[in-house]
Structures are given as C-alpha cells and as structure tokens.
Design a protein around this ligand. Structure first.
Ligand code: HPA
Length: 243
C-alpha cells in the first residue's frame, strides 16, 4: 500500500529525495497513468509529475481523472501537490509558499467529476473545506521549522490557460476575493475530494499576475523562479511527511 502521493507541478519533475525508486503504470477507466514509487523513511510514496516528466502536457490537457483514480487505487490516503501560481495579493510575493484553503473555478472546458450519472449515480460533493486542514497545518509547521516564507490560507483562482490572463481578468479576480491564479488546481482538488482523500497543495508564487507585475509575463520567468525554489519545495514536502 502506498501512503502518500506527491503530484509535482511546474518545476517539480523528479522525486530525487526518495529511495529505491521504480517506474510503474496503471490502466484506469480514463487512460494509462505513469508514476514512480519510492520510499521515504518507513513510508511508501507515489510521485506523478502533473505535466509529464518533460513538461509536455499543458494544463488543459492533463488527464486529471486518470491521475486521481490511479492514486486512489494505490491505496493513498494523503496527497501533497505543488502548483506554480501568479499572485494578486501584495502580501504573497514571488518566492513565497501559500497553502490555499479555497478556490474560485474559472475553468470552462474540463470534466470535473467522477460522477456522470449511470452506474455511479448523481453526487453533489460538499466542498466547504476542499483543502485538508490537518495536512495544511503539518506543512505550515514544516515551513516554520525550515524558515520558509509561508501563508496558511488563500483563494486560488483556476483558469483554463494555457495563456496567461489579461490585466482586466486579474482585476476582476482580485475584486472577487482571489489571492492567487493558476491553471491546474481545479478539477484536481475536486476529484481528490470525490475520491475521499486528504488533499493539500503547496502553491509557489512565481510572479505577480498580469497588470500587477510591471513586466510582461513569460513562462521562462515562472520556470526560473521554480528552479530557484525547487529544492526548497522538495525539502518542505519531505519535512511535512516526517512530521
Ligand atoms: N497565471 C496563471 N498561471 C500561473 C501564473 C500566472 O500568472 N504564474 C504561474 N502560473
């Protein structure tokens, strides 16, 4: 049985801290999923790079259902994900980590449920608390131990991408209460909740969002900050698991 799954976002493609790592794959009703299994202390960990190991899958084409289905079948109870985000909140700066506690769903073209009628029926999931508070507090503690800048709480706005947002969209998201913007956390968090797993994402602020940032955004800028902070995020995940 696998205890914990790590879903690595932009900039987090390898589980270098795990021991005895091997590649595996699983067929799900939604397609095949490739992942790695490794050990950390006495825990068995699964690792899935959300965008593929070479960042070849854009946010709108990620097979979210297959990933979460496979993770559940492995027997996982807890998922720690990472997400690169732009910030709408001047308190949440590039290089900061945020444990979001709410989301605003602005995706338009994604299937965001396992329940499509038929045999599985019609289910209306409660998402009052979509991000596991216990897991968030473990991660917050770990960040404090490692002296990393962390905010526990924040509203993640999810867009379809793959383009970045217009300044007008960012202004609207800000007025609606959004703190961060990214392209992948919905439906991932929703599906993890449907599958009854404890889910938290560590959002890594890579830039101030369009119109807030004085410069035009580039993917290279996002990758640069993630590369600078990739080691920190891995240390943070592992310390959280130790705790
Ligand atoms: N917008 C959307 N997704 C992102 C951003 C952004 O500014 N930065 C990193 N991922």
């Amino acid at each position: 049985m696998v205890h914990i799954a790590i879903i690595g976002g932009t900039g987090v493609y390898d589980p270098s801290i795990l021991k005895n790592v091997y590649d595996d794959k699983m067929n799900t009703p939604y397609g095949e999923v490739a992942y790695k299994i490794g050990e950390f202390g006495d825990k068995k960990i699964a690792f899935i790079p959300r965008h593929g190991s070479h960042h070849s899958i854009p946010p709108h084409l990620i097979n979210y259902r297959a990933n979460i289905w496979a993770i559940k079948k492995l027997g996982v109870g807890h998922i720690i994900a990472t997400t690169a985000v732009g910030s709408l909140n001047e308190r949440m700066k590039p290089g900061d980590f945020v444990l979001v506690d709410q989301f605003l769903d602005f995706t338009k073209n994604r299937v965001s449920t396992f329940y499509e009628g038929g045999d599985r029926g019609v289910v209306h999931l409660d998402v009052t608390e979509p991000y596991c508070p216990k897991l968030r507090s473990f991660i917050e503690q770990a960040a404090q131990q490692l002296n990393l800048p962390i905010h526990n709480g924040g509203v993640y706005v999810c867009t379809d991408g793959p383009r970045f947002e217009t300044p007008a969209e960012i202004k609207m998201f800000k007025q609606l209460g959004g703190d961060l913007v990214g392209m992948t956390n919905v439906p991932e968090v929703v599906l993890a909740n449907e599958a009854e797993m404890c889910y938290s994402t560590i959002s890594m602020v890579t830039n101030f969002a369009a119109g807030i940032s004085p410069q035009v955004l580039t993917h290279a800028e996002v990758l640069e900050i993630m590369a600078e902070n990739g080691e920190k995020i891995k240390k943070l995940i592992m310390r959280s698991i130790e705790n």
